[in-house]
Write a protein that binds this ligand. Sequence first.
Ligand SMILES: *[C@@H]1O[C@H](CO)[C@@H](O)[C@H](O)[C@H]1NC(C)=O
Ligand SMILES: *[C@@H]1O[C@H](CO)[C@@H](O)[C@H](O)[C@H]1NC(C)=O
Ligand SMILES: *[C@@H]1O[C@H](CO)[C@@H](O)[C@H](O)[C@H]1NC(C)=O
Ligand SMILES: *[C@@H]1O[C@H](CO)[C@@H](O)[C@H](O)[C@H]1NC(C)=O
Length: 765
Amino acid sequence: AFACSVNVALDLTVTIYSNGLLYISHQIKTLVNSLIKGVYPASPSSWLFVAIGILATMYMQSDPSMGLITKIQQHLPLHMSLSAQGQTMVSALVFSTLLWLSLILALRFCLKLLLSYHQWMFEKHGRMSNTTKVWVPLVRLLSSRKPLLYSYQSSLPHLPVPAIQDTVSRYLESVRPLLTDPEFKRMSDLANEFESNLGNRLQRYLKLKALWATNYVSDWWEEYVYLRSRGPIMVNSNYYGMDFLYVTPTSVQAARAGNTITALLLYRRKVNREELKPVRLRVPGTVIPLCAAQCERMFNTTRTPGVETDVLQHWLDSEFVAVYHRGRYFRLWVYRAGRLLSPREIEDQIQRILDDASPPLPGEEKLGALTAGDRIPWAQMRKQYFSSGVNKRSLDIIERAAFFVTLDDEEQGMRGDDPEGNLDRYAKSLLHGKCYDRWFDKSFSVVIYKNGKSGLNAEHSWADAPTVAHLWEYTLATDAFQLGYTEDGHCKGDVEPSLPQPQRLVWNIPAEVQAQVSSSLAVAQALADDVDCHVFPFREFGKGRIKKCRVSPDAFIQISLQLAYYRDRGGFCLTYEASMTRLFREGRTETVRSCSNESCAFITALESGETEEECRRLFQLASERHQNLYRMAMTGAGIDRHLFCLYVVSKYLGVESPFLKEVLSEPWRLSTSQTPVQQMNLFDLKNHPDFISLGGGFGPVADDGYGVSYIIVGEDMVNFHVSSKYSCSQTVSNVSVSWSSETSHTVVGNHIYTRQYSQEKTQGN
Ligand SMILES: *[C@@H]1O[C@H](CO)[C@@H](O)[C@H](O)[C@H]1NC(C)=O
Ligand SMILES: *[C@@H]1O[C@H](CO)[C@@H](O)[C@H](O)[C@H]1NC(C)=O
Ligand SMILES: *[C@@H]1O[C@H](CO)[C@@H](O)[C@H](O)[C@H]1NC(C)=O
Ligand SMILES: *[C@@H]1O[C@H](CO)[C@@H](O)[C@H](O)[C@H]1NC(C)=O
């Protein structure tokens, strides 16, 4: 017994000691990182050059500081301890440091100025303006060193507030094709009235805010669009990401979980150490950084419900994940004495959970439904029944976990007798599952299915889809190509035999909570049952062919979607395309109103059988117009975020604006988003052409509209995710998709994807 306790004591000492060492080395690393970041775009070693330069000039009997060094010397309290020469030396070093710091500030200011220049984006390939030609090497000069994740943050420009006349005229232009002449006249009058009266006043307040805020939109956007929304976040706000389309790297559920969790934790480590490269846009000759602030709340984060507003909570440490399986919750430690468990160890731990046959505690199984229903009841329940005792402890573990993992009982993916229908069910499963088996408040929940398929469900308030897509791309690639599996489909890595069991969470759920769980579940279930999802890979052609026609792939797809909508519904609609404003600090998204005068002109011409030449010309115009709208949105000259902020100001001031009220309540019947592919280098489509990502999707935005998300994969494929509501008799998501060579011939020489009326639909209508 004595030997045993000595062993334990020794073990403990070693643990504490190695933890201490780890802690110290972590602190040093953090310090070094903040030093490197703090002096960006210079490097810490450049201080030496400045100091040596100053000392060298002094040695040559000239004073580079024009008397400052002598001044510093007089004020330094060094008279006693140092010789005159030593004093001069120290003063010179102090001067060098000051000089170096001001140089850094100046450099940073210059970089910020340079990054505020966006004209390059509007210039055609190979026809750079002289300004851009000068600008490119300057940017390269100031930002060439290997940056850390957050290095650029303090050099990013602030999002400018557009002039109110510009926004209003852009708005009117965007609704012109959707309104009849009298409607447009009415809207113009409203808009002009707003512009000349209330608008100016609101704009003054907004400009004031822009002076002190890092970003004049983002805090309000996060609060009013996401956190204050009181309805369910499931389906309405959360979105999903899918696994590979054709392959599942292993069919062993626990193994897939082992590698996936490991890959996510490796990504987290890269974020924490700032080793992740900041995402940058390629410009001929240089690269332009995008804001990385959205990475900060990726892990250790949850959204907690409140009666008036939810809040995002983030923890600085979290060494475990929360796992849900068959109605039970577990805590799984992923570190042991400061060491990340090997994939195989995590697999074994997950297998222990899968093998655990104990039944759920009373009320435990469907508890997650609280996060899927309305927010206010959840906030009340949480406050009353989860703020002390075992319930608090268990809820804390879920909320403070690095992220949430669901081990699902179902099999999903493109498989079986009905691969297409199964793909749709897979999407629905990721979007809402059974409404209680994902923790919708967590920044993201990973789902691992019984057949090894995976996916994720992400909460929307902390970041936008490109950030999550970046994480998910890394996870898929690391899982399949870096970590890999043994021949029999298990994870690799050593196993320490004495790992503690995953910890079952303990609950004491009273009847009141169970009643609320039932009613939240009813609300969520109704919402989920109404979602009509359709996911399909479009394989006829892709980016390669579109580019050969000298058209931007995104413009091409956007116009195609409008054509599809036109054929489906017989008209045009206000169309939302998400673009990002991360060229600016803490930028999030901006709306591209992609239904334009020009795109409508093209579609009308095409549908009324105009000549091929005319259609071709109009198509070119429409796609150029689209690209222009997209670039304006990216460079801070959008419409919707500015109007949204003016609306918030009007609410603060307690004034009504009929114009803003009308603008903000117009429904987006076609809401679209492209998922960008950002790390193609991680995938090897030459040798593994099957490892194609399916991208992700989101629920319908308007009750009678469509949500469409697409991802352009490789050269020959586009994956679409379409959603709508069954309760709307005018929308159907799963109509078969095809393109006919007949259409493509009359269109523009290239092919356009069209949605055709389904049998049922034409009969139904
Ligand atoms: C750009 O520079 C070239 C020569 O370097 C000059 O010929 C041309 O006029 C300049 N263009 C403009 C718009 O200033
Ligand atoms: C999350 O928790 C981990 C593990 O304790 C910690 O190392 C990390 O700094 C936290 N991440 C963030 C972004 O705070
Ligand atoms: C939009 O199209 C209409 C009809 O084709 C045309 O009269 C109008 O001038 C166009 N507006 C703009 C801003 O291009
Ligand atoms: C479309 O979905 C409905 C309802 O889920 C289903 O009955 C029908 O077979 C589907 N049609 C096609 C073409 O997949």
